[in-house]
Write a protein that binds this ligand. Structure first.
Ligand code: ATP
Ligand code: FE2
Length: 320
């Protein structure tokens, strides 16, 4: 069975093809704002313009044609409405044209499913950290539940916002990571964890006020140490409470070496397993949508419209 999946929740337009759950192609292109943060309409235009090329590249890579596809999957949300519409429209058009079913996939769940496949950890806690999302997710009673999450901005967004103040172009995460390695002094910063949730906007405000008092390397170092420690505390609590013995970190920020190092240490101390997410699948990609579409192949879905606020726990997981 061939499934084609499209991803278009935010910056990335991606197309993946899987055959019986094995990835054959995973092509993408990422919209980069010229200045500042993401402009939804511009990102959507990027997806409309590049969509056909990415689709063609994925089909060529997988050595299949559209006639061969048995199921079309798309990322239904959460995400930015103008961007979500692109994937939804392309997919619904292809489904009608080739008379094949279509399925809407929850973007956060797709991150987890591809992570479970790639890491071979069956029942992990997942720390999902990207630009727009920061969630600690576990599987309980037939559903993925958000155990803890950010009460305001996503961790990637925090890094990008601080980066903008420091004159670092988007996406700032990799550059902040580089600078942090050169940092020597820890500047105490607001550490905000409320129950299971974290909050980052106080940290952003704090940093905006100390920019000219400290070295950029020390600010980057202290920012990473503080924000990542909050994420580790929330993840560890989820592992202890839900009695889970492994942790996966996924999403664009999972590319960060220091965050992975902290995850490894925390798990080692608990006697739990920890796995790195392979770069190919850590950020937004089409293969994770195609793969999750494959898992959901027997679902009968009524609502196939984009869902900007699609919750992780709104999906009843029957394939697991
Ligand atoms: P989503 O729709 O899931 O919110 P997204 O559009 O934010 O996704 P991702 O590719 O998942 O896309 O994540 C991008 C984020 O990852 C950016 O905020 C970027 O700064 C951050 N990032 C990338 N590399 C690193 C790194 N090495 N360290 C820290 N952050 C990083
Ligand atoms: Fe994502």
């Amino acid at each position: 069975m061939y499934v084609l999946g499209t991803e278009s929740t935010a910056h990335t337009f991606g197309v993946g093809v899987v055959r019986d759950g094995e990835v054959l192609a995973n092509e993408r292109d990422v919209y980069k704002p010229v200045k500042g943060g993401i402009i939804p309409g511009e990102a959507a235009r990027h997806h409309y313009e590049l969509g056909p090329t990415i689709l063609k590249r994925a089909l060529e890579k997988a050595k299949v044609s559209l006639e061969d596809i048995d199921l079309f999957a798309f990322s239904q949300g959460p995400g930015l409405l103008p961007c979500l519409k692109v994937g939804s429209q392309i997919t619904n058009y292809l489904s009608a044209k080739y008379n094949k079913p279509v399925i809407g996939v929850n973007h956060c769940i797709a991150h987890i499913e591809i992570a479970r496949k790639v890491t071979e950890l069956d029942d992990p806690v997942m720390l999902y950290v990207s630009g727009g999302n920061t969630q600690v997710i576990t599987f309980e009673n037939g559903k993925y539940v958000v155990f803890g999450e950010t009460q305001d901005i996503g961790i990637g967004n925090l890094l990008d916002k601080v980066g903008r103040r420091l004159g670092i172009p988007f996406p700032a995460g990799p550059k902040i990571e580089e600078l942090a390695k050169l940092g020597k002094k820890y500047i105490p910063m607001p550490y905000s964890i409320k129950g299971m949730d974290v909050s980052f906007s106080g940290l952003e405000t704090f940093i905006s006020k100390i920019l000219d008092k400290y070295k950029i390397e020390d600010i980057s170092f202290s920012l990473q140490e503080t924000a990542f420690a909050m994420l580790m505390e929330a993840s560890e609590r989820a592992m202890a409470y839900c009695k889970k013995e492994s942790l996966i970190i996924a999403g664009g920020v999972a590319a960060n070496t220091r965050l992975n190092e902290m995850g490894g240490k925390m798990c080692e101390a608990r006697g739990a397993k920890f796995r790195f997410m392979n770069k190919e699948y850590a950020g937004d990609n089409g293969a994770m949508i195609a793969y999750t579409g494959y898992l959901m192949k027997d679902y009968k879905q009524e609502d196939l419209t984009p869902r900007p606020n699609f919750r992780t726990d709104a999906v009843k997981v029957t394939y697991r």
